[in-house]
Each structure stands twice: as structure tokens, then as C-alpha cells.
Design a binder for this molecule. Sequence first.
Ligand SMILES: [Ca+2]
Ligand SMILES: [Ca+2]
Length: 307
Amino acid sequence: MDPWQTLPRRAAFTCLLLLGNLPGQGVIDGSGSAAAEIAASGPTAVAARLPVRAKVRDTVVELTWDPPEGRAVTGYRVYRAGDDRPIHGEKLLKTPHFVDVGLSPGHIYTYRVRAVLADGTENDEYRPITAVAGFGIAGDELLQNPSNEAPLTDGRIPHWTEAAGSQWTRRESEPEPSAGEAYFFAPDESTAELRQDVDVSAYAESIAAGRQRFVFAGYVHSWDQSPADTARIVVEYRDRDNATVLASFDSGEIANVTRWQRMADVRAAPRGTARIRVRLISTRYNGSNNDGYFDGLSLRAVAPPAG
Ligand SMILES: [Ca+2]
Ligand SMILES: [Ca+2]
């Protein structure tokens, strides 16, 4: 029997990997072990998940998928990320097809498809798909720790570099996060900057051809005071030597004291782009705290529309 099948679902296990030499096969220098926490989450954890296809137009995304094999399906539901209710209301979709309309060009939409089985449960076998209306299908998230959800490491935010200020941290309330449990915040600095460089050399060929787009999105918020502190995001497309900025998006200083304000940028990477730097800059104009906040960041490559 496949040993993985015997693990209870939705439970965590410690997996111990032992390295050593087999008799007569001295290929490993020494021996050792490593432990890692893994989670058992049923067959989908080990089987390839089913694809969802998308055609992307300016204000419309058309989704299609195949029924799961060997299962009786009574219908389907399609969700947008962050929504608890299906886009199409309570009525099940009877065919593996859905058209989402009235979208905003340049906005990012992530869809989750669920097959509803005969017993009424939802089958989570389909891979989520992310589309940028008007541009195409977006790839995997390229930023590490993009929403500041990872625990601090030695008091620092993992995967981000403090370019100015040394107290960047996770803030969890007042205001509530835009996404998840926490957001980016530099408490006591007058000017603070946090940055992350993303290596995009994997896209060198399409960048050289001038046809590789990337989409950036993020949210900013400020504390309600006057004048208010500001949040600014700069996204720089930099060359191989990391010396020249070939193109950039600059939100300018934003002081939105009432809600998380979304900003987004879709652009073709200039030829020669080798990395993309995301810079979070907060500036204090009032009080002791620097209250420019950042959350829900995203940087993804965009594949051209299919068909
Ligand atoms: Ca967050
Ligand atoms: Ca302040």
C-alpha cells in the first residue's frame, strides 16, 4: 500500500530524512538527517491538480475546465479570491464553463473552481488561475512574503531589506489588515524604506524580445491625522548590473486615511531587465509613529492572452 494513503488527512507530521552510505556504495561523504514538517491533505497533495483554462479580454474572463475523472459531479461553483460566495450566485453551474464580465482592465482576478460532488461536498482539485483583465494570465507570485504574513526572524521581516530605518515590523490592527493577519509598518522612523529585489532572469528570452509583461499590485493606508503620514511604492525595472533603472512605476506619496487604497501597474519589461525592485517608502509628517502602511503586494509575470 502507498504509505501516504495511510496518513490521516489535515494533520501535520514530522518527516525524517536519513542520509547514509549503503554497503559498497560510498557516494555520500558522512551521514546526517533532516526533519521537516509536512501536512497531509488528502490525494490532492500528491496528485497533480487539474488545470483551469482562461481566455482574457478587456472586461471579460472566460473560464473552462474538464470534469474530474471518475467522480459523479452535480455541478460547479466558481469563486473569486477573497470571496466566500460564488460569483454566479447560489445556483450551481451545470457545465464546466463560466464567463466573468464587467471586469476592470488592468485589475487582477484570481479564480477558484470547485466541483460539487453527489454528497454535496466541494472537491478542491482545480488549480487556482489568475488573470489580468485586458492583458492575460498571470503566473505565480514572484515576491516572497508579499503580505507580511511570515513570522519575524530575529526581529526582522523575512525576505525584505531595510534600506532606511531598522524597525520595520508586522502591525496587526488599527487599521485592520487589507489581507491576512498583518501588514508592513515602520514605527518610529521619520523616513523608512523596505525593499525586495526579484530576479527575473528566467524570463530573459521574452524580455529580450520585448514581449514580457509584469503586473504589480498593492495596497496602502495611512493613520487618520492631519497632515497625514504617507505611503509610496516604487517598482523599478533594473539591469543586470543592478546599476541602471530602465523603467519604473512610482505611486507618489499617498495619504489615504479612510481605507486601503489599491495601486497597480502593468508594463512590458524594457529589454535588459534582469531584476525588479519593489520599494516601500513611508514618510512621517505627524506624531511619533510613521503611519504609512503597506499590505497585499503582488508581482507576477503575465502570459499573453490565449486565443
Ligand atoms: Ca497581510
Ligand atoms: Ca504619525
